[in-house]
Design a protein around this ligand. Structure first.
Ligand SMILES: *Cc1c(COP(=O)(O)O)cnc(C)c1O
Length: 366
C-alpha cells in the first residue's frame, strides 16, 4: 500500500531558518510576555494583512473569547452552526446565547438574507464565519449591523490572506479572529490573532490576555492568560516568508482537483467567488446523487490510506453537549445540515504532489 496521505500537513520553514530565528532567545533569556519576536510578528502581520491593529494570542479560540469580553457583549449573538466547535463554544462560554442562522448553499457562509428575521431586542452581535477560504457577504452584513446597531465579529480562522476586491479579510466588521493552529494555512504551531480598526479596543484586548493586568499595580479586568510565547512568534516570522509560495502551491492542487472532478454528476465542488482572492484553505466536495455517498467515499479513501475529513460534521447545533437546549436544532438550519451530511474535505496542503492528487481522484472516480 502507498504512503498515508492526511487531510493536511503542517507547513514548516527549513529547520536551519527556525534555528537561526530562535538563537537570540538564548541570548536574551526572554521566552514570553510580549518579547521581541512577538512585537516583530505583530508588525509583520499588520503589514501583511493591511490592518491597523493586530493583537497576538495563544490560539484562535481564546481570541474569540477575548473579543467577546472586550466588547462587553451580553445577550443573543447570531451565528451559523456550519463551523468548528470553537465558534459556538466561545459564545456559550462567554455567557451569551447563540442564535443559529442557516448558511448559503454556494459559499457555506451565513445566509445574510436570513439574518434580519432572527434579530430580537436581545441581539447584541453577529458572529459570522468565513468558511474554507470563502468570504461571507460582508457588505450585506455590514448594512444589517449598522441598521440595527449590532457588533460584527468575524471568525476568520479559514480566511488568512483572503482578499475581496483587494481588501484584506482582516478589515471587515468590528473585529476578525484568525487562528494560527498547526493545521491552518499560516501557523505559529498554536496561535491566533485579533484584528480591528478601532485603536481604543487595543488596550482592553491586551489587558484581557494578560490576567487583566494593566500596570504593575493596576488590575482593572478579570482577565485570563492568552499570551503568545516567543517560540511560536518565531515560527510565525519564519513561516510568513514562505506563505506566498505555499498559497500558490495550494492553488495548483485545487486546480488539479477541479480538472479531475469538475463536471462529474453527483459531485459538487467549491467555486471561486467573484472578486475574491482565496487562500485555498480547504477543498470541500459535496456528494449528492453520486454512485457512492459521502461515507462510502470516506471509507474507500481510508482503505487506501487517504484520510479525508467530514468537515464540518456534525454541525454545532447538534452536539451532544447542547442536547435539549432551546434553539439547538439542526432541523432549523436545513442547508447547514444538508451540507454537513454530504461534505468531505479532501487532502490539501502546500507540497501535496500531483501524483497523490491523481491517486485520490482515481479512488473517488473508481
Ligand atoms: C481552527 C478554528 C478555530 C479555533 O482556532 P484555534 O487556534 O484552534 O483555537 C475557530 N474557528 C474555526 C472556523 C476554525 O477553523
Amino acid at each position: 500500500m502507498s504512503e498515508t496521505i492526511n487531510v493536511t500537513r503542517s507547513s514548516l520553514p527549513p529547520f536551519e531558518e527556525y534555528c537561526a530565528e530562535i538563537r537570540s532567545i538564548w541570548d536574551s533569556h526572554w521566552l514570553t510576555n510580549m518579547g521581541e519576536k512577538h512585537q516583530r510578528l505583530e508588525k509583520a502581520l499588520q503589514e501583511y494583512l493591511g490592518v491597523e491593529n493586530v493583537v497576538l494570542l495563544t490560539n484562535g479560540h481564546l481570541a474569540l473569547e477575548n473579543i467577546l469580553e472586550a466588547l462587553d457583549l451580553h445577550g443573543e449573538i447570531i451565528t451559523s452552526p456550519y463551523t468548528f466547535a470553537s465558534t459556538t463554544h466561545a459564545i456559550v462560554r462567554c455567557g451569551c446565547t447563540p442564535v443559529f442562522c442557516d448558511i448559503d448553499p454556494e459559499t457555506y457562509t451565513i445566509d445574510a438574507g436570513k439574518i434580519e428575521a432572527l434579530i430580537t431586542e436581545k441581539t447584541v452581535a453577529i458572529l459570522p464565519i468565513h468558511v474554507y477560504g470563502n468570504l461571507c457577504d460582508v457588505d450585506e452584513i455590514d448594512r444589517i449591523a449598522k441598521k440595527h446597531h449590532l457588533k460584527v465579529i468575524y471568525d476568520a480562522a479559514h480566511a488568512f490572506g483572503v482578499k475581496k476586491d483587494g481588501v484584506s479579510s482582516a478589515c471587515f466588521g468590528d473585529a476578525s479572529m484568525f487562528s494560527f493552529h498547526a493545521t491552518k494555512v499560516f501557523n505559529t504551531v498554536e496561535g491566533g490573532a485579533l484584528c480591528f480598526a478601532d485603536f481604543s479596543l487595543r488596550q482592553t484586548v491586551c489587558d484581557l490576555k494578560n490576567f487583566g493586568i494593566h500596570g504593575p499595580e493596576e488590575v482593572p479586568f478579570v482577565g485570563g492568560n492568552a499570551k503568545m510565547n516567543e517560540f511560536c512568534a518565531a515560527m510565525g516570522l519564519c513561516n510568513l516568508k514562505h506563505l506566498d509560495r505555499w498559497l500558490l502551491e495550494r492553488k495548483a492542487v485545487v486546480e488539479q482537483y477541479r480538472a479531475r472532478l469538475g463536471g462529474v454528476p453527483g459531485i459538487k465542488l467549491n467555486r471561486d467567488q467573484p472578486g475574491v482572492e482565496s487562500n485555498y484553505a480547504y477543498f470541500p466536495v459535496i456528494f449528492d446523487g453520486y454512485k457512492y455517498n459521502r461515507d462510502e467515499v470516506f471509507a474507500r479513501l481510508a482503505e487506501q490510506g487517504v484520510i479525508a475529513r467530514k468537515y464540518f460534521y456534525p454541525i454545532t447545533n447538534s452536539f451532544a453537549c447542547y442536547k435539549d437546549r432551546p434553539g439547538f436544532d439542526p432541523e432549523l438550519t436545513p442547508v447547514a445540515k444538508y451540507m454537513g451530511d454530504r461534505v468531505l474535505t479532501l487532502p490539501l496542503y502546500a507540497g501535496l504532489g500531483a501524483d497523490d492528487v491523481d491517486r485520490i481522484c482515481d479512488i473517488i472516480l473508481g
